[in-house]
Design a protein around this ligand. Structure first.
Ligand SMILES: Cc1ncc(C[n+]2csc(CCOP(=O)(O)OP(=O)(O)O)c2C)c(N)n1
Length: 343
């Protein structure tokens, strides 16, 4: 590259969308790495499931844009994060590794979330302040308000980010969590990954409104709509919500419009409740392909770097599978540990 070309590239970066957001070139390439990593972990898990090696998985496929974009706006190890079962991308950005996630789906003793005792998708890692969720939908909402209340009482500058789907917003717990957070102006960022379905129930059979963000007004704080397949837009709204919470201005509700392109879980057949055309239409709006095009436009990615990233990720994920498969199962004696009170 001659110096004139070099100057042109530097200038194009300075005027780029990510530079305006204060994101370095390295950071946006790392975002791409995480997108590919989340997708690869997901695809590998589906293969393992179909091979009969693991018993159950929940897919993040299609929702990686909001997951990666928002998680980059959180302060790893400082903010409390309560992901929901679909948030493979969030867990990876916050520091969980493909090994950690594979140990969980293989139900191995070294699984950091629960020693192989909880269902997959119950991400947890105390050191990283990732708080594991309960299986009943929306129970994490009042819990998030409680965690944020504790931070406020302690005078700790930590934000609590809590994730959930559109279906969760129909639960009483959801309303209670938002109401409490609004009354006490708690430092919470509520992130709804609106993928249009709660298993087989479409949004219009779940609520009579189009934008879930409208509900935030009822609790006294802003409701923001974002294109959840746009990584940088997802980053921006989350960053603003974190700053607002840290200033003491209270919660923000983010509704990220997105779509899950895979069935609800490895036990679901989505052909029974939605058309292939709808799924194909959303595949054309794939957040990873979209971010890839952006990086190509600003000259940060070409075919050879893309291939290198994909090879690195695949190697890491395959290694994680081998590691987890060879790891010991939890011991039989521990079966009742944390289930019943032992005197
Ligand atoms: C209280 C409760 N009811 C039902 C279920 C079964 N269930 C698990 S996930 C789910 C759908 C939730 O949909 P949504 O919140 O939109 O999230 P998505 O799975 O679409 O990402 C349901 C009904 C459950 N886990 N808990």
């Amino acid at each position: 590259m001659d110096s004139a070309e070099e100057t042109a590239v530097v200038e194009s970066h300075q005027n780029s969308r990510h530079a305006e957001l204060g994101l370095s070139d390295e950071t946006v390439v790392e975002m791409y790495y995480r997108l590919v990593q989340a997708r690869t972990v997901d695809e590998k898990m589906w293969t393992l499931h179909r091979q009969g090696k693991i018993h159950f998985i929940i897919s993040c496929r299609g929702q990686e844009g909001i997951q990666i974009g928002s998680a980059f706006a959180l302060r790893r190890g400082e903010d409390f994060v309560m992901p929901y079962y679909r948030d493979t991308g969030v867990a990876l950005v916050l520091g969980m590794t493909p090994r950690d996630l594979m140990l969980s789906v293989f139900a191995r003793e070294a699984d950091p979330a629960s020693g192989g005792r909880q269902m997959p998708g119950h991400f947890g890692y105390p050191r990283l302040r990732i708080i594991t969720g309960s299986s009943p939908v929306a129970t994490q909402l009042p819990q998030a308000a409680g965690v944020a209340l504790a931070s406020k009482i302690k005078g700790e500058a930590a934000v609590t980010a809590v994730y959930f789907g559109d279906g969760a917003t129909s639960k009483g717990d959801w309303h209670e969590g938002l109401n409490f957070a609004g009354i006490h102006k708690l430092p919470v960022v509520f992130i709804c990954e609106n993928n249009g379905y709660a298993i087989s129930v479409p949004q219009n059979k779940q609520m009579a409104i189009r934008d879930i963000a409208d509900r935030a007004a009822g609790y006294g704080f802003p409701g923001i709509i974002v294109d959840g397949n746009d990584v940088l837009a997802s980053y921006t709204v989350t960053k603003q919500a974190v700053q607002r919470a840290l200033k003491g201005d209270g919660p923000t509700f983010i509704e990220a419009k997105t779509f899950r392109v895979a069935p609800h879980s490895s036990d679901d057949d989505d052909r029974r409740y939605r058309s292939r055309e709808e799924v194909e239409e959303w595949k054309r709006r794939d957040p990873i392909e979209r971010f890839k095009r952006y990086l190509e436009e600003v000259n940060l990615l070409d075919d050879s770097l893309d291939q290198r990233i994909r090879e690195m990720v695949l190697e890491e994920v395959n290694e994680a599978v081998d590691f987890a498969e060879k790891s010991p199962l939890p011991s039989r004696e521990d079966l009742m540990k944390y289930v019943y009170y032992n005197s």
